[in-house]
Ligand binder design. Structure first.
Ligand code: GLN
Length: 456
């Protein structure tokens, strides 16, 4: 097959599945001409990049020069990227073909993709259910075969949880492993670009290409990038931890807990050592996450003022402040407003110490206890989500229950460690579910190695 044939195949799949609403924009002509260029290179014997002909979708929070990027928000309507994210530059340099821009919850805030200004994304496994969020479009597109891999962003589970809900693999590397330059900020000390796909090999290769230091992001890790694509050829046995408390947690669906227990037994049979550890902080992680991320978001989103980017109110305003207030009130959706208000509150004089400082202290303890776990263990296994994909509207009126559903994923972002969601079973309700692997700060190779044999 030529790359042009491959692109045509995916474009027609995208068009046939437009009801899923996974793509906000499809780059028909651009993808075709990129494919023709690569085919010409191939024909003339020129060297090809490591991702030649790989069809990639980008979540609408990742900048791609000359293309619209809106973070799923009306406040950025009409905005075009002035430069590309480092991750995107690195993919393109290896001849990947970017086929379009993927739907997501506004500014990455959500767990169901119901908070997008472009409307909901349908879960391809059951169109009456949510695809998860916030990278719902990224997961649905891969699950429905509309692209080979997609990029998402993960501040508290937004790559892993939709991967879990749609039955694909989702990897959030450790904090700083992939540059955040060109990723629209939600909570900067949590945000990380991640990859969704259907095989460990694909994820390893994409990570290999995108990872590494970047002069444009001072928080990108300077540590040398491991050889992920080589590492996955080895099958070491690991010291694996899991948490009985997590499996017995009242929020966890018993069928998911049973599926995970079965998977743990299989790992034991494969020679891994598997033992339960105590996670004392389990009930603190969701409150800590929502105090800190909303605080960071209230600061990051203050730049959308109606003056510099995107939407500006058309109502005649008497004062500059009215332009700000009107533009922001019209441009932001309900969930984003809720979080800006919550974040502003926890940072305000009088409440700062009680909430923000306290949450920073809680984060420190979570990090310390995490380091203790990884002194003696290579990998910690947890559920990705307490339940499978739910029906539209089931949780959208109950913010607390939506927040609590993030219990197992926000942990990795608080601790800055990598996490992967890997599909392991099917629930009696017909929906897929996965298991989540976590490792120490730069342990992505171990996660890829553990799941490699189950992915082939
Ligand atoms: N569901 C979480 C939230 O709403 C995670 C979001 C994310 O990772 N971007 O904040």
């Amino acid at each position: 097959m030529s790359c042009a044939d491959v692109v045509d195949h995916y474009l027609s799949e995208i068009d046939h599945n437009s009801r899923l609403n996974a793509f906000i924009e499809v780059y028909h002509e651009e993808a075709r001409s990129a494919a023709r260029l690569i085919d010409a290179k191939l024909k003339s014997g020129q060297p090809l990049g490591r991702l030649f002909g790989v069809i990639v979708g980008l979540k609408d929070v990742i900048c791609h020069e000359g293309h619209a990027v809106t973070a799923g928000s009306a406040i950025l309507s009409g905005f075009k990227s002035l430069y590309s994210a480092t991750a995107v530059d690195r993919l393109l340099k290896e001849d990947a073909i970017i086929i379009g821009r993927l739907n997501c919850d506004e500014f990455g805030m959500g767990s169901s993709n119901e908070n997008s200004s472009y409307g909901k994304v349908l879960n391809p496994r059951d169109e009456t259910r949510v695809p998860g969020g916030s990278s719902g479009g990224s997961a649905a597109a891969v699950a429905a075969g509309l692209c080979m891999v997609s990029l998402g962003s993960d501040t508290g589970g937004s790559v892993r949880q939709p991967a879990d809900f749609c039955g694909v693999i989702g990897l959030k590397p450790g904090y700083g492993r992939i540059s955040r330059h060109g990723l629209i900020a939600y909570a900067s000390s949590f945000d990380q670009i991640g990859i969704l796909g259907t095989s460990i090999d694909d994820l390893a290769l994409c990570l290999q290409v995108m990872a590494g230091a970047d002069g444009m992001d001072a928080t990108a890790s300077m540590l040398p990038v491991p050889t992920y694509t080589e590492d996955i050829r080895e099958t070491p046995t690991f010291n694996i931890a899991y948490s009985e408390e997590a499996l017995d947690h009242p929020s966890v669906d018993p069928e998911i807990a049973a599926g995970i227990r079965g998977f743990l037994d299989m790992l034991r049979q494969q020679g891994h050592k598997v033992e339960s550890v105590k996670l004392d902080f389990l009930d603190h992680i969701v409150p800590t996450y929502y105090v800190l991320t909303t605080a960071e978001a209230s600061s990051n989103l203050s730049r959308y003022d109606g003056i510099r980017y995107g939407h500006r109110t058309s109502t005649a305003a008497a004062k500059l402040e009215d332009i700000y207030a009107l533009s922001r009130s019209e441009g932001f959706g309900k969930e984003v407003k809720r979080r800006i208000m919550l974040g502003t509150f926890v940072l305000s004089t009088g409440y700062f110490d009680a909430y923000f400082t306290k949450a920073q202290q809680a984060r420190r303890r979570i990090v310390d206890q995490t380091q203790e776990i990884f002194k003696n263990h290579d990998i910690l296994l947890l559920p990705t989500s307490p339940f499978t994909a739910f029906h539209f509207g089931a949780k959208s009126d109950d913010a607390i229950s939506m927040f609590l559903a993030d219990i197992f994923t926000v942990y990795a972002n608080l601790a800055g460690i990598p996490g992967i969601s890997f599909p392991i079973g099917k629930h009696s309700n017909g929906m897929p579910f996965g298991i989540q692997g976590l490792s120490d700060r730069h342990g992505e190779s171990k996660l890829l190695q553990l799941f490699k044999r189950h992915s082939d």
